[in-house]
Every structure is written in C-alpha cells, then in structure tokens.
Design a binder for this molecule. Sequence first.
Ligand code: FAD
Length: 338
Amino acid sequence: GRNLLRTTRVRPFASLWRNASTLTFLETSQGKGLTPSSLSVLSAAKQLKNPIVAILLGPDAKESSSTLLEKFECLGLEKVIVVGDKRLEHYLPELVSPLLKDLLSKGDYSHFVMASNYVGKSILPRVAALLDNQPVCDVVAIKDPKTFVRPIYAGNALSVVKCSQDKTLISIRASAFEPVTAGSSKTAKIEELNYERTEEVDIRWEGCKMVDSDMPDLTSAKIVVAGGRALKDKETFDSLLVPLAKKLHGAIGATRAAVDNGFCNNSLQVGQTGKIVAPDLYIAAGISGAVQHLAGMKDSKIVVAINNDPDAPIFKNADLGIEGDVFEILPELTKKLP
Ligand code: FAD
C-alpha cells in the first residue's frame, strides 16, 4: 500500500500549468538522413499541440539536424538537441536511456515520443523505469494529449488509455501516423550537447549484418506483395513474387507458414510475431488470413487477396478478391502490368 501511494502521482492537468513541450527522439540511418519512422514520430508529436524539441544522436546527428530544420520548420520546432558522440551511433539502450532520463527530468517536457521499433522497444521501458513512470507503448491514435489508442490482444481489440502522470511517455506505431512532409524553411536553434558519461557499460556494440536486398523496406513500403504456404517452396516463392514486387516497386512479405517452411527469411514475416505494416496496397497471395497474420496487415489501405478457396477468411478482410490459382494469377498479373 505505502509503496503504491508513493509511486502514483496523479496530476491530471499538469500540462496546463507547466510550460508544456514535447521531446521527440529521431533516428538517422547511416548517412541516409532521418528514418521514415522519425517523420511519423514528428507527425504524432504535432498532434500533441505543444512546441516540439527533437533529439538526434550519433555521428550523423549534426548533418541530419540541419536537414531537419531546413525542411521541417513548418512543424514549429523549438530546437534540435544534437549529441554527436560516436558512442551513441547504434542507440545502445544502456547508454541512451540515462541520457534521456537526465534530459526529461531537467527539462519542462510534458511529453516524450519515439517510434515503437526495435530501438524504441529497447529504450522506452528503460527510460520510463529510470523516471518511475509508466509509458504508453504502441500508440496508433492520439485522441487528446493525455488520451491514446493502442492495440491489445495482438491487435484484435483497441484500448483507449488515459495518462494522468505529469510526464507522458509514448511510443507510436509508425504505420499509423502519416509521415510529416516538408514545409517552408526558417532556422530554429540547434543545441549541441556533450555526452559526459565516461564510465564503461557492460554492453558493447559488436557489429551488424544487414540483409542485402534491392527491395524497399517492408515496414515503410507503399506496396507489399505477400505470399503464404501456397507458394510451395523457396524457388516458386521467389519466381512468382519477386517479379511482381519489382514491377510495383513494392516489398515482399510472408506468412509464418512461409517462413517456417524456409521460403524466405524471417525478417519478411508479417503478423503478430512479425512486422506490422499498413501500405497503400497489400497483395495477399495464397494466404488463408489467420488472425495472427491479419494482426500485421489489416490496416493496409487496399487489400487484394488471391486464393483458390472461396471460403478462405482472407476474403472477408479484402477489398478485392481473386478466386484462383496463384500459379496462374501471379504470372498473368505480372505480365499485364506495364
Ligand atoms: P495456410 O493457413 O496453410 O493457408 C494457405 C492458403 O493458401 C489457404 O487459404 C489455401 O486455400 C490457399 N491456397 C493453397 N493453394 C493455393 C493455390 N494454388 N492458389 C491459391 N491459393 C492457394 N502467422 C503469420 O502469418 N504471422 C505471424 O506473425 C504469426 N504469428 C503467430 C503467433 C502465434 C502465437 C501462433 C499460434 C500462430 C502465428 N501465426 C502467424 C500462424 C498463423 O496462425 C497461420 O498458421 C499462418 O498465418 C498461416 O499461413 P498461410 O496463410 O501461409 O498458410
């Protein structure tokens, strides 16, 4: 009882009397500037209607901060905090979390927003624990600055949660927030901070092996061509899906059955235990439409299903259904496209 009273601080209207502002955590991808999910983070932050401060870490931070200010002044960014230290390059949570904790406990921030990707999933809970705060993770909609919508039961239901803490820490699903687009250019402040920490942590970045691919990234692609068990094996999965995806400039996705049967790498799995996607067009080829798969793609704008079983559940979740054999339909579709 005592413990609970101590840790539950209820200050429902804190942001009305405080000088509210939102700290956003933006990521860069080696030399390629801001990641697409960072643009969605900014779009979510805009809905909170506070002045926005952005933080960028690592060796790319300085350059990305200038781009950010040039392109996105329309957001009314108050300032960009740059911590250019090389040690922060890979967003090691052991290094980043204490830094964010310091910033959030000193500043007048009412909100903190980051993406619910692998970086956010490893950092946000740590920052929250250090601040004795409860974060709201996986937000898909913002009702007001204290009220958020997030999926529960693997996306089968949506819950609305109200946050009554004086600092609101959220992670957002990038696919649920349209990335911000560039606006007029006017310069705001850039504040360079030194990373003071000198003590060693027990975790060290050893390396990263990127999967070589000339296809767009699955989570940010506008078009996804996904295949299921019906594609039979790796050879047919590749020969049927890759040419179609290439013509559409889309990414390849897969069901767990396709991954488990070795048709493709598990980084392509869409669903409850895979990636969450919401492209403009999702083509589901030879996919039954299990709830665990739907959990990862049902927010796609247009779903086209190709299946030879008229009773396949995927048809109930599709805007367009093609009843037929994937081995005939996919090559025909690819041939007909310009
Ligand atoms: P199937 O269900 O076997 O469907 C194949 C479909 O292809 C059928 O509808 C069939 O009619 C059709 N078909 C067959 N031949 C042809 C043809 N020649 N032409 C056209 N159509 C044809 N699954 C995921 O996808 N992602 C997840 O993240 C995920 N997480 C899971 C987590 C848990 C805890 C559990 C228990 C399961 C999870 N699953 C997940 C598995 C999920 O339940 C399904 O088993 C899986 O999605 C089925 O994959 P599928 O549609 O490729 O295969």
